[in-house]
Design a protein around this ligand. Sequence first.
Ligand code: ZN
Length: 95
Amino acid sequence: MPRDFKWQPHDGERHAIPRTLVPNAVGRSLCDIELTAGSDVWPPHARWWPTCQICDRAWRDAEGILPWPRQGSSTKVNSTGRTISSAATELVLQL
Ligand SMILES: [Zn+2]
């Protein structure tokens, strides 16, 4: 299924922008920031920028993906005594 959006580092966060926005074109992110699209190859430091929560929510709505973190997800303790989230486990299994 073709994706409608791609992620773009901008001003310290990763925002979702229309996939059709080519580098150097001006458009709007899902959180309604005007930005100039950059290269699809991100600068190394931008890989660690946090995801914009507004874009993330709008992107999940558009893609039909459940919100994150999951509402009402249960936590359990594994054999090492670490608490693990069933939602996190679910995400790993989807990858
Ligand atoms: Zn955003």
